[in-house]
Each structure stands twice: as C-alpha cells, then as structure tokens.
Design a binder for this molecule. Structure first.
Ligand SMILES: *[C@@H]1O[C@H](CO)[C@@H](O)[C@H](O)[C@H]1NC(C)=O
Length: 292
C-alpha cells in the first residue's frame, strides 16, 4: 500500500507530462499546418514543429503557405523579424485567395537600417482591388523578440491586431457598394524577399548583402477558423453547442476599450492612411473611408 503510493507520484507526473506534450503537439505543430513552398532549403521547420524560419540571401528568398484554406477566422502568429540592418528586406505575412478577382489581407514588414524603425504595411484587397494601404510604426522593436500578429476576419469586419491591440479595422461596406471578402476561401502565405527597389523609401537604401543570410522566425500559430475542404466549411458542420460557445469571433466587434486602443495606435503610430490621401484620390476618397 505504502510502496504503491510512493511509486504513484512519479507515474502521475509522467502521465501529466505525456498529456501536456500531446496537447502541445495538436495545437502547435507547424508541420501540420504549413508547407514550405519555395527557397530551395532556405525555409525550415525546426524543433519538432515549434519554430519556422525563413531566410534570404542574394540568390533567393523563401516562403511557406498553409495547408488549409480558410473562410473566416481568428488567426494568430508570432513573428520575430530580421534583426540588425534589414533595409531592403520585406517579410510578408498574408491571407489570399486565388484568381484574377482575388481577396487578400496583408501584413508586410519593411526592414530598415540598424536602429531605424520597421514599417508595418497593411492592405485589404477585395475582388482584385487593393489600394487600401495603411502603414504604422510599432511601439516596440519587432526584431528583439516574438510578437503576436493577428487577423480577425468575419463577415462584418477585418481587424488587424498586434499583441492584442487593434491597429486597423476594415468594415464590411457592401451596403454602399464596396465588395467585401466573404466568398472566397483564403490560404495563409508568408515570404521573405528582397524589395530594395521600393521598400526603403523608393529604393533609397540598398540591401547590404554582407549581412546575409537574413532570417525571420515564426512560432505559436493558432487558427480559430472555418476550414474549407472540398467545398464544405468546418463551421457549417458543427454541433450547435460548439458554434454557440466556440465561435464568438464570427460576430466579434471592437468594444469601447478596444476602439480607444485603436484610436491610440492610429493617433501615435500611423504613418500613412489611404483614407486621408486626397492627392492620390483627386476624384474623391474611396467610399469606405467615410465609414471607417
Ligand atoms: C526607416 O527609418 C527612417 C528614419 O527613421 C524612416 O523615415 C523610415 O520610415 C523607416 N522605414 C523605412 C522602410 O524606410
């Protein structure tokens, strides 16, 4: 009795350990969710699927894409961007559908000289039309550590967030004739590439290849999302209980606290907003600008 009790504790610990690692595997293995698509060995999934790295050198960049296609979701990824002199490099992380009338939701990170700020560039395409750029500086050094970049995409709105702070909201303005991405499933794509012809203030600064390879890292992917497979959505086949409890993001909106945080970011960190660029749109700002 007493001997079985004393040998029981390690068994319980072992069971906890095994259970814990199984749970981590099922939610956090990048091998399950992504395929490396290009870069000839420059992109790698490491540490049993915990970490993904993209690399860029003079000969090539690299990239990956999700195995799944999503139609709405709340998608988080932690990124740590190219450190040091990253001027000319662009790390793109986005959702996109296919075809000539595609939809797309973009995060792009434009590198900079050591000590100078990255630009976080965002855009939304619906039915092949973009031109909806907003750009931001960040309130931290995105190369020093991992930070969480999130896209909430539901039928009413798209919200871009950084470490849980909303930085941009693109509302569904179909009622005033603006197409909204809501019919075409999208995949997640990411790539690290050289764009020193435009990313650095119109090509002013060139990529310093003596600093190569440039490396960006990814971890802790989490998708609370409707997955499309052979035309059917994982969300429509759900039991009523899971859809009512587990999918609040499908109708999520910004509460007043988050609206205030969005305003704080836009006031202090936004450096470009297409909705205020009257020079670019002499015939009038795009219609959705009146609503968001
Ligand atoms: C790089 O740093 C300069 C100087 O602070 C800044 O004006 C620019 O917006 C930064 N980003 C890029 C991509 O050039």
């Amino acid at each position: 009795m007493s001997s079985s009790a004393s040998s029981g504790a390690p068994l319980v610990l072992l069971a906890l350990f095994l259970f814990g690692s199984l749970v981590a595997l099922s939610t956090g293995n990048l091998n399950q969710d992504f395929d490396i698509t290009w870069g000839d060995g420059r992109a790698k999934i490491l540490n049993n699927g915990e970490l993904l790295t993209l690399s860029l050198d003079k000969a090539s960049g690299s990239g990956f894409q999700s195995k799944n296609e999503y139609l709405f979701g709340k998608i988080d990824m932690q990124l740590k961007l190219v450190p040091g002199n990253s001027a000319g490099t662009v790390t793109a992380y986005y959702l996109s559908s296919k075809g000539s009338a595609w939809d797309e939701i973009d995060f792009e990170f434009l590198g900079n000289l050591s000590g100078d700020p990255y630009i976080l560039h965002t855009n939304v395409f619906s039915q092949g039309k973009g031109n909806r750029e907003q750009q931001f500086y960040l309130w931290f050094d995105p190369t020093a550590d991992f930070h969480t970049y999130s896209i909430l995409w539901n039928p009413q709105r798209i919200i871009f967030s950084v470490d849980g702070t909303p930085i941009r909201e693109f509302k569904n303005s179909e009622s005033i004739g603006v197409p909204f991405p809501k019919n075409q499933p999208m995949r997640i794509y990411s790539s690290l590439w050289n764009a020193d012809d435009w990313a650095t203030r119109g090509g002013l600064v060139k990529t310093d290849w003596s600093q190569a390879p440039f490396i960006a890292s990814y971890r802790n992917f989490k998708a609370d999302a409707c997955i499309l497979s052979s035309g059917a959505s994982s969300c429509s086949s759900s039991t009523p209980s899971s859809s009512s409890t587990g999918r609040s993001w499908l109708s999520e909106e910004l509460d007043t606290a988050n609206q205030d945080r969005l305003k704080w970011v836009q006031k202090n960190y936004m450096i470009y907003n297409y909705c205020t660029d009257t020079k670019r749109f002499p015939q009038g700002l795009p219609p959705e600008c009146g609503t968001s």
